[in-house]
Design a protein around this ligand. Structure first.
Ligand code: ATP
Length: 318
């Protein structure tokens, strides 16, 4: 792997909390060791309270680790926070970095000045972002009057104005409608393609992970529970894919096909669903076996529900 853009070793953060009458130590991030290479797009997922935000805060120098080490863009986040800010863009879905009473365009000007962009850099980057995020129609609108979808586009543009190498997004699509989500995802894909930007995002929306990430980290009670790609995540819990076939004539339940499990039949067997283990067979083989018993008019393959997969990973660790 080339020099990592994020590298943690035994990274740990504890909090002293008070429960009823007792004080105790809560380990929010527990001995986290990971590396992210430049250009990767990583989904960081886990239940509420699993430790995602705490990790991000340590990566960006907002929180001091209790133990372990962290380097982001080759820098020590706490000590080098200012230098790091030039290379990282952070989007917290719930918090704004835009100036509430100013038009969006003014926020961009101020941020460009803070980052020391030249006039031409500012102009070309703003133009690129305004076009790609379709912000022209609300550039002159004060931030407080924007819709959530518009504001999120503004937030993302603000965080990316200085062309950071690493973009960290905390729940970037939370609360957005389907179209706004899609636009934002398309933008992030394009940004990564054109500028080689590294993405790290926390999300509860598996659509974000499916469309944006080539690697998934699952965190459970502060510990890394999975590190790999999305299909691999499904395989770890033996998640099955499902072949749905529409048949020309009603037939009996298609049982007994190797490595499959008959799930449902509708319309007297005109539509049947068969779960199959993707490790043991392929959709094509299952289809061939079905075709020997009935004429297939149409088919679809249902992928495993990722949220269900994550729940099963959690359950297996309890
Ligand atoms: N400042 C703090 N003081 C005490 N406990 C904290 C503090 N910040 C976080 N925690 C606790 O640390 C744990 C991890 O919290 P964190 O915010 O990192 O989770 P998360 O995965 O980001 O959750 P969510 O998906 O809800 O944002 C939780 O139990 C939380 O209550």
């Amino acid at each position: 792997m080339s020099t990592p853009i994020i590298e943690t070793d035994g990274l740990t953060r504890e909090f002293r909390v008070r429960d009823a009458l007792r004080r105790r130590t809560l380990v929010a991030v527990d001995d986290l060791s990971l590396r992210v290479a430049p250009g990767e797009a990583v989904g960081y997922i886990g239940a509420n309270g699993a430790g995602k935000s705490t990790t991000i805060k340590m990566l960006t120098g907002i929180l001091v680790p209790t133990r372990g080490s962290v380097t982001t863009c080759g820098l020590r986040p706490v000590q080098d926070r200012r230098r790091l800010a030039r290379q990282v863009g952070v989007v917290f879905g719930q918090r704004s970095q835009l100036w509430w009473d100013l038009p969006v365009r003014e926020s961009f000007r101020i941020l460009a000045a803070i980052h020391g962009l030249s006039a031409s850099e500012e102009a070309s980057r703003t133009e690129e972002l305004v076009e790609r995020l379709e912000m022209a129609e609300f550039l002159a609108t004060p931030v407080r009057q924007l819709s959530l979808g518009q504001r999120m586009r503004g937030e993302v543009a603000a965080a990316l104005l200085h062309s950071p190498r690493l973009v960290i997004l905390d729940e970037p699509t939370i609360g957005l409608d389907v179209l706004s989500k899609q636009r934002l995802r398309e933008f992030l894909v394009a940004e990564r393609r054109t500028h080689g930007t590294t993405l790290l995002l926390t999300t509860h929306d598996m659509g974000d992970v499916e469309r944006l990430c080539d690697r998934v980290l699952v965190i459970d009670r502060g510990r890394l529970a999975y590190d790999g790609d999305l299909p691999g995540l499904s395989r770890t819990v033996g998640a099955e894919r499902v072949l749905v076939v529409d048949l020309a004539e009603p037939v009996d339940d298609l049982t007994g096909i190797p490595s499959t499990r008959h799930l449902t039949s509708e319309g007297h067997g005109l539509r049947q669903r068969l779960a199959f283990d993707a490790e043991a067979t392929t959709a094509a083989r299952v289809l061939a076996a079905v075709s020997e018993r009935a004429e297939v008019l149409d088919l679809t393959v249902e992928e495993p529900d990722i949220e269900d997969v994550v729940r099963r990973i959690y359950a297996a660790r309890r």
